[in-house]
Design a protein around this ligand. Structure first.
Ligand SMILES: Nc1ncnc2c1ncn2[C@@H]1O[C@H](COP(=O)(O)OP(=O)(O)O)[C@@H](O)[C@H]1O
Ligand SMILES: Nc1nc2c(ncn2[C@H]2C[C@H](O)[C@@H](COP(=O)(O)O)O2)c(=O)[nH]1
Length: 232
């Protein structure tokens, strides 16, 4: 059984690579709750009011997903509980949560992480982080077109996204729950270019081989983007 978690800032390409990778490895994809998330649009309209509720919503869904992924067969997760704290503390640092909310959140997360330690499989086998520049991030956010994520919806999102990229640098350096690797999301267009897709999948399978976690009975094959079901 092999569990892979994807990480990276908004628009980096996590959901897209989750779909490609899970199809390639013949494993199950787990997606974040976005289009069916009732709190997300409220958060972008009024972050001060909805930061805490949104975080509890994500934390709850991520906890259930990682528990299921760690007890199921092979899986690929599009963002996981390991990034939850980055988002909450980033928002708290810009004044969107008070000290009591931070303390309560940290204690709750700690209890959840302790519960994961009791799972038969305690951690993922590999973290695949997609690194992108601010320019790439913005162009992908525009390409995807969720209205509330656009700079035209809220110009202060420029600072928010730039801060997110800085927090991710430290987050990736500190992450130590599993082996990890970084994909250059500026360089590889794994959506439109077949050779880029092949190269990225190759990098990931090499790393899985290196850590002894390539799923059993798996054979490399080509995958066409048309055959993949992307999440919306
Ligand atoms: N490597 C890439 N090259 C070009 N376009 C990409 C790449 N990765 C993702 N995209 C496009 O960028 C947008 C955001 O990708 P998505 O997978 O939803 O990002 P995330 O899940 O990290 O927020 C989508 O329109 C997707 O088609
Ligand atoms: N405040 C938070 N926002 C979050 C969190 N996780 C995701 N998000 C937002 C960011 C995007 O607008 C959207 C989906 O993220 P993608 O990176 O998949 O595009 O949800 C969080 O924990 N806190």
């Amino acid at each position: 059984m092999t569990v892979i978690v994807l990480s990276g800032p908004v628009g980096a390409g996590k959901s897209s690579l989750t779909a490609i990778l899970s199809k390639y490895l013949g494993t199950k994809p787990f997606y974040e709750s976005v289009d069916d998330n009732p709190v997300l649009p409220l958060f972008y309209k009024d972050p001060l009011k909805y930061t805490y509720l949104l975080q509890l919503f994500f934390l709850n869904t991520r906890f259930h997903s990682i528990k299921k992924a760690l007890s199921d067969d092979n899986n690929v997760l599009d963002r996981s509980i390991y990034e939850d704290s980055l988002f909450f503390h980033m928002n708290a640092d810009i004044g969107r949560a008070n000290d009591l909310e931070v303390q309560t959140y940290d204690e709750l997360l700690e209890s959840m992480m302790k519960e994961l330690e009791r799972m038969p499989k305690r951690h993922p086998d590999l973290l695949v982080h997609i690194n992108v520049s601010y320019e790439t991030m913005i162009s992908r956010i525009q390409k995807r077109g969720r209205s509330y994520e656009q700079l035209s919806f809220d110009p202060t999102l420029e600072d928010y996204y730039k801060r997110m990229l800085r927090y991710y640098e430290k987050w990736y350096d500190d992450y130590n729950y599993s082996p990890k690797m970084m994909i250059d999301g500026d360089h590889y267009d794994f959506m439109a270019s077949e050779s880029d897709r092949t190269e990225v999948l190759d990098q990931i399978t090499q790393k899985l081989k290196q850590v002894g976690k390539l799923p059993k009975n798996w054979h490399a094959g080509e995958i066409a983007t048309e055959s993949i079901e992307f999440s919306s």
